[in-house]
Design a protein around this ligand. Sequence first.
Ligand code: PRP
Length: 189
Amino acid sequence: MSDDPTATTSPPPPRYDDGHVQVLISQERVAARVAAMGAEIRAELGDVPITCIGVLKGSFIFMADLVRALGGQVRCEFLGVSSYHGGTRSTGVVRITEDLRHPIEGHHCLIVEDIVDTGLTLDYLHHFLAGRKPASLRTVALLDKPGRREVDVKADHVGFTIPDEFVVGYGLDLGELYRNLPFIGVYSP
Ligand code: PRP
């Protein structure tokens, strides 16, 4: 294998299909929507530094693409949040497992979520971060599943509204697998 940076031959594309996942939103549609959302958010906030706060783990791939689509000055922070989805029902308890590395007071902040499902996580995080006195606090979610909502919350920017299906890929997992799929898919056993 060559590490020549000018080499033009590519390895064969990776394979993902294991027969359990059907494409819901293709890689191309995800890329186009993320690019559009980046431009939309940048236009709304103007030419200010934006502190993006990715909610781990699900948002890591969306965050990586979104910060590049935003352009301009961007800071990247991450929040670790405990999953209360251990069973099939949520307990409504959200716990911070890893805090931000830097203060956000006076910053224009953007909470970056992969999906809003019951809404409990986003609702909790919005209150939690608002208490740190950012200059502004906006929210973006790649996916919105309004059919599962338990609290009345909606992200300011939504990539796709989806039906109540179990989705994986582009950061979203099933038992920690499938996060590396480059598309959003529906899992069926
Ligand atoms: C998912 C997702 C959101 C949250 C949304 O995280 O990344 O943070 O659930 O659900 P809600 O609207 O019902 O609160 P998950 O707990 O699966 O952890 P992960 O991101 O590490 O996969």
